[in-house]
Design a protein around this ligand. Structure first.
Ligand code: IPM
Ligand code: MN
Length: 372
């Protein structure tokens, strides 16, 4: 298969983790005979520094013309921590989501058996966790009208949803549940918010066309608790933009590190794949960022193009690295492996199964393994 892939490394650890994702895509090219063309463009703080805007038009056009976008991370304290800053790196990502029409953000939360003891939560609570969050991504409070009174003392953000915005992602979530355990939980705040009541009404109606999928509802505050108390009760969670942002970070705690969680953002015509984590600027350039979220985003990209065997090879190589303890310090504080060692091991594993199984950890630690 030929694919044009736009690479948006962004800020902080974004470039480091994206580089490992790209190495895995190159490994897939080599192992399966595909041809991927990569074109890189600036976004976020780095784009502000270069061009004055977090999403230059040339970057947007590159993404629109690409088959898929692979995104690193975005954000820099020099803009984010200054409330008076006129331009913000995150606007680059928000505008990109909106312009590409990426209304469905899919965030799988799964426990790796080899990491079960590294979770801050008790093993018996988290065993069997395997759910996917369908987060609406181009509406709600993120994109509603924003106001600041002239004297700067009163501010508001409007949370607005239309039936159309709710139903297009609801259909996707119901279909996803059909391919999983046939359960859909709508997370909302319908006891308080009008917009949540519209979500309930719309999703209930759509549910009539999916009688084989069990539909239930949870208020978001209760959901936040249930995700920690009993995460294995969930199959597909459907929710609006901001609730999805919050509960997906919460969900990442279950598996032991936010550095493991990947996501796909899907629209009618475009698709973008990115870790759920931020730019973690404190550790930029230290070679300690976990590349697995970026690498699993690559697996989701491959699945999006029906390259299931390829995606499986990526996932298996990730599993092997975790089983062998080849992981970054977020998962193992005593680890001697850096971002590139983990990426190296996984990329090698994709190319050559036998090589992966027999690989000498010592050489990986020393950065000597060089299949690709
Ligand atoms: C995420 C991030 C973004 C969001 C930020 C960087 C705008 O936290 O993808 O979860 O809030 O959507
Ligand atoms: Mn977030």
């Amino acid at each position: 298969m030929n694919l044009n892939i736009a690479l948006l490394p962004g800020d902080g650890i974004g470039p480091e983790v994206l580089e490992q994702g790209v190495r895995c895509l190159e490994a897939v090219e080599e192992a399966f005979g595909h041809h991927f063309v990569f074109k890189e463009a600036p976004v976020g703080a780095i784009a502000i520094d270069k061009t004055g805007t977090p999403l230059p038009n040339s970057t947007l056009q590159l993404c629109k013309n690409a088959d898929a976008v692979l995104f690193g991370a975005i954000g820099d304290p020099k803009y984010d921590n200054d409330p008076n800053s006129e331009v913000r790196p995150v606007h680059g990502l928000l505008q990109l989501r909106k312009e590409l029409g990426l209304f469905a953000n899919i965030r799988p939360v799964k426990v790796f058996p080899s990491l079960i003891d590294r979770s801050p939560l008790k093993k018996e609570r988290i065993t069997g966790t395997d759910f996917t969050i369908y987060r609406e991504l181009t509406g709600g409070i993120y994109f509603g009208e924003k106001k600041l009174s002239e004297d700067g003392t009163v501010a508001s953000d409007l949370c607005e949803y239309s039936e159309k915005e709710i139903s297009r992602i609801a259909h996707m979530a119901f279909k996803a549940a059909r391919n999983r355990k046939n359960k859909l939980t709508l997370v909302d705040k319908a006891n308080v918010l009008e917009s949540s009541r519209l979500w309930r009404k719309t999703v209930t109606k759509i549910g009539e066309s999916y009688p084989d999928v069990g539909l239930d509802f949870l208020f978001v505050d209760n959901a936040a608790m249930q995700i920690i108390i009993n995460p294995s009760q969930f199959d597909v969670i459907l929710t609006e933009n901001m609730f999805g942002d919050i509960i997906s970070d919460e969900g990442s705690v279950i598996g032991g590190s936010i550095g493991l969680l990947a996501s796909a953002s899907i629209g009618e015509e475009n698709a973008l794949f990115e870790p759920i984590h931020g730019s973690y600027p404190q550790t930029k350039g230290q070679n300690i960022a976990n590349p697995i979220a970026s690498i699993l985003s690559v697996a989701m990209l491959l699945e999006h193009f029906q390259l299931f065997e390829e995606a499986m090879a990526v996932r298996e190589a990730v599993d092997k690295s975790l089983q062998k303890g080849i992981m970054t310090p977020d998962l193992d504080p005593k680890s001697k492996y850096g971002t590139n060692h983990v990426g190296d091991f996984i990329a090698n594993g994709i190319v050559d199964d036998d090589h992966r199984l027999n690989m000498n950890d010592e050489n990986i630690g020393l950065g000597k393994s060089t299949i690709i």
